[in-house]
Design a protein around this ligand. Structure first.
Ligand SMILES: [Zn+2]
Length: 253
């Protein structure tokens, strides 16, 4: 029988049962297991962890637990800089790019509106496929599914706590330093492609006649061919962008 003491810090306490939050507690189990397995059995997905100290010394997720260990588990300090090597040996991401799970389409659309690279597919992608894409394309997996985040293949991931899409965007912006990479109105909201300017002549047959007469500037997505202009929805979209900029200006000082 193994007996260890565990303590979770900061927001990692969101994942564990109330009586074990912010306190050191004892766990007993019969078989040898890794730190990843033990920590995730308490409810904490491994991508949410920044650092593990066992008896005061740093350890990796795959290290085996030893009887009598005292295990302290820490979240990342915010904002996370994925360009810096992590304590747990995760590869760096010079420019964060994202993969939203199938339930986060509204969040994906808003991240694209800010010019952030966010793949999303509302087809019925399995958890396995989402983990594969996140891993294969070095994308930060965004999900509200703890089981998905616990998959070994997922390297970078964020458990989304907020319910509303705009609050979810602010949650991500507070967790990751994204100010330098935000480029509003540069990505296709439908397919994540990068928008390109087209001439009015090119737009002639691709937009309603009244729109063509009233608008000077058109962009299109080379991938899905959708055409964009500052139409009726633009004020609403821009208001969102301005709220984000104001928030970032406050948090970046
Ligand atoms: Zn597109």
């Amino acid at each position: 029988m193994y007996t260890v003491r565990l303590c979770f810090y900061g927001e990692l306490n969101d994942f564990i049962v109330p009586e074990r939050r912010r306190t050191q507690y004892e766990r007993r189990f019969p078989q040898v297991r890794s730190l990843k397995d033990l920590i995730e059995s308490e409810g904490v997905p491994h991508p949410e962890i920044d650092r593990i100290l066992v008896n005061g010394k740093p350890q990796m997720l795959d290290a085996l637990v030893v009887d009598g260990d005292c295990i302290c588990v820490y979240p990342s300090e915010h904002p996370v800089d994925f360009a810096v090597e992590s304590h747990l040996g995760r590869p760096t991401l010079p420019t964060p790019q994202f993969m939203a799970d199938v339930h986060l389409g509204k969040l994906a659309r808003r991240l694209r509106l800010l010019g952030l690279d966010c793949e999303y597919d509302n087809l019925d992608l399995t958890d396995e496929r989402l983990a594969e894409i996140s891993h294969g394309e070095n994308r930060v997996l965004l999900t509200r599914d703890r089981g998905l985040l616990k998959r070994r293949m997922v390297v970078h991931g964020i458990y989304i706590r907020a319910d509303e899409p705009e609050a979810q965007v602010f949650e991500i912006l507070e967790r990751i330093d994204l100010y330098r990479v935000i480029r509003p109105f540069t990505r296709c909201l439908k397919c994540n492609g990068c928008l390109a300017l087209i001439s009015r002549e090119e737009a002639t047959s691709r937009v309603p006649p009244a729109t063509w007469l009233n608008m000077e500037t058109f962009h299109h997505c080379p991938d899905c061919r959708r055409v964009y202009w500052q139409g009726a929805h633009w004020d609403m979209l821009n208001a969102f962008v301005e709220r984000v900029k104001a928030r970032l200006a406050c948090t970046s000082v």
